[in-house]
Design a protein around this ligand. Sequence first.
Ligand code: TPP
Length: 640
Amino acid sequence: MVRMNTDSFPILNSINTPADLRRLEEDQLPQAAEELRRYLIESVATSGGHFGAGLGCVELTIALHYLYETPRDRIVWDVGHQAYPHKILCGRAGRITTIKKKQGLAPFPKRSESEYDTFGTGHSSTSISAALGMAIASAAQGEDRKCVAVIGDGAMTAGMAYEALNHGGDLDKDLLVVLNENLMSISPNVGAMTKMLGRLMSGPTVTGIRERSKRLMQKDSRTWRFMSRWEEHIKGMVMPSTLFEELGFNYLGPIDGHDLPTLIRTIRTARDVQGPNLLHIITAKGKGYAPAEQDPVKYHAVGPFDPDKGVEPNAVPVPHSPSYTEIFGQWLCDMAEQDHRLLAITPAMKEGSGMVEFHNQYPERCFDVGIAEQHAVTLAAGMACEGAHPVVAIYSTFLQRAYDQLIHDVALQDLPVLFAIDRAGLVGPDGPTHAGSFDLSFMRCIPNMVIMAPSDEDECRQMLFTGFQHEGPAAVRYHRGKGPGTEVRKEMTAIPLGQSTTLRQGQNLAILAFGSMVEPCREIAENLDATLINMRFVKPLDRKAILSAARSHAQLVTVEENAIAGGAGSGVNEVLLASGSAIPLLNIGLNDTFIQHGTRQECLHQAGLDSGGILDQITGFLGPDFQQNQPLNTAHHGGN
Ligand SMILES: Cc1ncc(C[n+]2csc(CCOP(=O)(O)OP(=O)(O)O)c2C)c(N)n1
């Protein structure tokens, strides 16, 4: 934990809650901002975490908490990765270095953590809807409450933000939307809207003239009225104001989001104007830490680092075993070379999904669509209609956003779209908002889908190839990080659909394992002298193997890194029930609860999905009479 030294942080040290901040004189605020930024840099350098976005909104955080009566007034942070300064000002300065760690502060705002965290986040573009909902409900209850949504230009690429603006502009509720523009998402932001905002940022003269003229003119004078009309005209050509004003919002800005006095003045105005307001601020991601300003992609989220040296390149272990993300990235390049029909789509996660090299090699075949998962999936469907073979690289948790598109646009039309689903299962430090706990359940019930879960790196590559060859929708879901380190064959061979592979023949007990759970089950099967089957396919399931295992064993266990409800094990249950089998059966997977943040290993342990936890569940199921071959080394938790 970073100890706050009273001498180094005299003002910050006096702030336990925003009420303390509000007791400061306005001319003390720049000093408070300087201390807050310095403290943030020291803290994140110690603990790791989201970095650039927090640095970009230090002044905004101070201005909002200074001018609004928080927590009675509501500030809703979009995504929440920029909320570290907010957490520091709201009573959590001493614990900020525990962020993302087991039992530590949550990675994003969380209602149960603080009354200042008004809305739980993690997924983007929810803030305007949530703040509008709060404004409507507060008004209905006769509460005099102000509601503010803070949203970045990256999050503004999502349709949901516009749905909320469209609604909010039509009501006359007190709502302030702060659009924090830095031209960055995780990567440089994309899209026509971004181009428009970019033009604006490169046109400071227009803004400068406008601000100066307004100050010089008497409100309601003839010149003022003339200038206002002229301004509308100019704005219509080069500014986003027309768009927002047509949507019913009173547009303020653009202003420099690091200029605290201007920020205070403008937000005070916005606060006191009734109805929906949109304040447009321009900031720099990583502001105040030069390496982060220069390379905001690298400093979006960081591990611990020395602030004097910056984030240093990883010492690469030799030989370097690739992560599943890297396996996918390599496969994508290899497949694209072989098949010109391949087009790849990412909803704003080019780096996280391992597509940087593909983008470098095939820029015209790589589509970053912004934070627009729904669009990404339907775009793929459209491409597939024209004979292309699209690959949608998407995190499991974000695919949840595009469920109807998956069913209605892809599966119903049986279109050949391959989903490369990263971060399936527990993700660790990003916590339950980002866990991919449900994809097997929500995909398994969709007709036409083929669903695969690799147990190692080579299998992942072969499954991606299999899914790509399939002339219908297919998904390969793999977990965060590395697999067991299997050598990856260059050649690619399609796996017959629905074919499992038996890894070990044992007696009495058969373990049917899916994907990441195959590896921790190897040692268990050995020790219990159990049969171990790597199921490989969640859909179609290997019915023959399931029924044969049921006939030749006394008990069955299924193991998966997905919700038990509706997951792969449920599918096995359905096969057995339909065949009239009454074999005793245990489904192991994620129970009906959200697993909180920690390392991935800690999360697996908490879920009972490390080898010790799986063994405990199996032996509990088998009962006390069952003999174990030798005690299992439960210190080894699963190995991935
Ligand atoms: C639905 C969804 N898709 C993807 C992400 C991953 N993600 C986290 S932050 C981020 C970029 C947000 O950009 P912006 O809103 O401009 O904020 P900035 O980091 O630039 O301050 C993305 C794509 C997410 N959190 N939610």
